[in-house]
Design a protein around this ligand. Structure first.
Ligand code: SF4
Ligand code: SF4
Length: 223
């Protein structure tokens, strides 16, 4: 049985084409035979925007991107053909060619150059000036009387708070401010009574009460 099989193989080999090729005189059609082969990285420099994503993606640091100088460089003998750069490129300008890098006695890098338009300084300055002009030309927002009243009330409240804090800190007692202005005879009466009470109070405590009352009045006015 074994002899029969061996004989069949021998006879087939005698009349069929050899499995090998006479390299380097003959070369295989890589594109057809191994379309998925990762031979080396190719960059379509016209599409490249020199963003540097490929440089960041390369695990072995085979790619260098000089954005200012407009140079894209690859060291083909450092590249391990992982194809990470081709996946990361936002412009899809990187691809893997099926042909491997030619053997060499001297290592070298491949640099591709692209003209980068210099940012005109005058243009940048003009844009800055235009921005400044725009800001200056922006009309100041006018407040409505209601908003104005609210702002005034907030200012008064802040001043009262500040005075209360100063009194708390034990500094000079703020000048006694009149208790909230009376709007009606009843209010007037109430204010008078309060003034009397405050006059009999400890000055420090009285200052605090005055400040609290002023703040409350300002808050009410804002409403
Ligand atoms: S990622 Fe693509 S576009 Fe960006 S520098 Fe590399 S090759 Fe150029
Ligand atoms: S194929 Fe891999 S190793 Fe080669 S340059 Fe791209 S990221 Fe780097």
């Amino acid at each position: 049985m074994g002899t029969f099989k061996l004989g069949k193989l021998t006879l087939r080999s005698l009349f069929s084409k050899p499995a090998t090729v006479r390299y380097p005189y003959e070369k295989r059609d890589f594109e057809k035979l191994f379309p998925q082969l990762r031979g080396h990285v190719v960059n379509d420099i016209d599409t490249c925007i020199l963003c540097g994503m490929c440089q960041r993606a390369c695990p072995v640091g085979a790619i260098t991107v000089d954005r200012k100088g407009g140079d894209w460089t690859i060291d083909p003998y450092r590249c391990i053909q992982c194809a990470s750069c081709t996946h990361e490129c936002p412009k899809d300008c990187l691809s893997m060619d099926v042909h491997t890098t030619e053997p060499t006695c001297e290592l070298h890098v491949i640099t591709m150059h692209k003209e980068v338009a210099a940012k005109p300084a005058a243009k940048a300055a003009g844009a800055k000036a235009a921005g400044a002009d725009k800001a200056a030309a922006k009309p100041k927002r006018e407040l409505t009387p209601e908003q104005q009243a609210r702002v005034e009330a907030a200012k008064k409240a802040a001043a009262a708070k500040k005075a209360a804090k100063a009194a708390e800190a034990g500094g000079d007692a703020p000048e006694a401010a009149p208790v909230a202005s009376a709007a009606s005879p009843a209010d007037d009466e109430r204010a008078k009574k309060m003034e009397e009470k405050l006059a009999n109070m400890d000055p420090e405590k009285a200052a605090k009460v005055r400040a609290a009352l002023a703040a409350k009045a300002a808050k009410d006015a804002a409403k």
